[in-house]
Design a protein around this ligand. Structure first.
Ligand code: PLP
Length: 479
């Protein structure tokens, strides 16, 4: 493709994207396909000779789009929002065009430096203590963009493991590392995202899921009891992950109570606010971050609730030197003449190669302004309340979570089975898409406000679909 054709195709593609966004409502939100559907539609081998653009685009429509779950669809209320906006899309396009690989300062200086600036911006917007920022001259902290929240948590576990093993080698000279590793234990609430369990599995450390309170919040006394019990058994508590904005029901662990306990026992405290961290740009949510000064690391996904496309998992540490010590290997071919004076993000995570991800967050923050982003978050919270009210008005239903943000967890009063059936028929209809969670053994349906410009009408539409399906189910069960 030469530049003349690129210009023509890029313009066509922009039109395609706008048409896609503006006509999403005319499609099913979930596709009507079965696993393996694509295999029979696409040749099993790559074409030997070039195809033409029109054929590719036709196949995109006929074969790919028919198998798509549309995350930006007004009827998509599953998981959490998949961040998206026109400024972010444009920046991502530009990032692809620049095509740099920013693993070190020298490999792409502006890519590294913009990431530093933008993570300081977002950290300040969220009210993070200065210790987490590059800003202040004596700060040891700073932020980085990783691929996913799972990666942020894994990196924290690996760094915490590195430092505790270093300490234990001194305390137990002569012990093999394997024996020291076997002593380690990490904690989170049972409501924590499964990536915590996965991170511990990869790091080969034990993890204990602790019971949350009636508001699905992990409390200090529960953690303290577990720590003391495990120390008595010979274990070494080394890592705690708190969640602010749990995936199951958007609840928040009590960092204020947990923080001082972690400090007392020399435990690395991580705060996972993959979804809810973005809400900290609004003062009224900051109380959920009380105690954040005790954390060693924090993450939030700009690609969830901050209108920025995947991938944009923002991650801050209070001591970047500690993090780097755990993750640095330094071959000659990656060294450069400024490496003592600059940030080399290759030492902050697992992959070497990194995309120019800060560009899209920078575009988004500049084009919306912090106030525009606050307005967006507050509107989602308001709409969640509108939906909650509709559910509460119907005595056949109950709301199971404390609705603080954009997530409402509700269910038909009655068995798990009927709720499972309700969600199944709604999702199968293609008219609405939601996913479940299990809250204190109750099968619950999660309704998340996801679309950027969601409206009151969208809430009413969703409620009407849910109520209509529920009525049919109830009648069928009475027969
Ligand atoms: N933590 C929380 C609280 C989440 O809600 C999620 C995903 O929804 C994750 C972690 C995992 O995020 P990622 O897909 O970026 O790894």
């Amino acid at each position: 493709m030469d530049s003349t054709e690129f210009r023509k195709r890029a313009q066509e593609l922009v039109e395609y994207i706008i048409r896609y966004q503006e006509t999403l409502e005319t499609r099913r939100v979930t596709p009507n396909v079965q696993p393996g559907y694509l295999k029979s539609l696409i040749p099993s081998q790559a074409p030997e000779f070039p195809d033409n653009w029109e054929n590719v685009m036709k196949d995109l429509d006929d074969k790919i789009m028919i198998g798509m779950t549309h995350w930006q669809h007004p009827r998509f209320h599953a998981y959490f929002p998949a961040g998206n906006s026109y400024p972010s899309m444009l920046a991502d396009f530009l990032s692809a065009a620049i095509g740099c690989i920013g693993f070190s300062w020298a490999s792409a200086p502006s890519c590294t430096e913009l990431e530093i600036v933008v993570l300081d911006w977002l950290g300040q917007m969220m009210g993070l203590p200065e210790d987490f920022l590059f800003l202040s001259p004596n700060s040891r902290g700073g932020g980085v963009i990783q691929t996913s929240a799972s990666e942020c948590i894994l990196v924290s576990i690996l760094a915490a493991r590195f430092h505790i093993i270093k300490r234990l080698r001194e305390e137990y000279p002569g012990e093999e590392d394997e024996a020291l590793l076997a002593k380690l234990i990490a904690y989170s609430s049972k409501e924590a995202h499964s990536c915590m369990e996965k991170g511990c599995m990869i790091a080969f450390v034990k993890v204990r899921g602790l019971e949350a309170d009636d508001d699905f919040s992990l409390r200090g006394d529960t953690l303290l009891e577990a720590i003391q019990e495990d120390i008595k058994k010979g274990f070494v508590p080394f890592f705690v992950s708190c969640t602010v904005g749990t995936t199951s029901c958007a609840s928040a662990d009590n960092i204020k109570e947990i923080g001082p306990i972690c400090e007392e026992y020399g435990i690395w405290l991580h705060v996972d606010s993959a979804y809810a961290g973005s809400a900290m740009i609004c003062q009224e949510f900051r109380h959920l971050f009380e105690g954040i000064e005790y954390a060693s690391s924090v993450n939030t996904n700009g690609n969830k609730w901050l209108l920025t496309n995947f991938d944009c998992a923002c991650y801050w540490v209070k001591d970047r030197f500690k993090l780097n010590e755990a993750l640095t290997v330094d071959p000659l071919y990656l060294k450069h003449s400024n490496d003592q004076k600059s940030i080399d993000y290759r030492h902050w995570g697992i992959p070497l190669s990194r995309r120019f991800r800060s560009l899209k967050l920078w575009f988004v923050i500049r084009m919306y302004g912090v106030e525009g982003l606050r307005k967006y978050i507050r509107e989602h919270c308001r709409l969640a309340k509108v939906f909650e009210k509709l559910v509460r008005q119907d005595p056949r239903f109950e709301v199971v979570n404390k609705v603080m943000m954009g997530l409402v967890c509700f269910r038909l009063r009655g068995s798990n089975e009927i709720n499972e059936m309700l969600l199944k028929v709604i999702n199968a209809s293609g008219r609405l898409h939601m996913v479940p969670s299990l809250l204190k053994a109750k099968y619950t349906i999660r309704f998340c406000v996801c679309r950027e410009n969601a409206t009151d009408d969208d809430m009413r539409y969703a409620w009407n679909v849910i109520r209509d399906f529920a009525e049919v189910l109830i009648i069928l069960r009475q027969d």
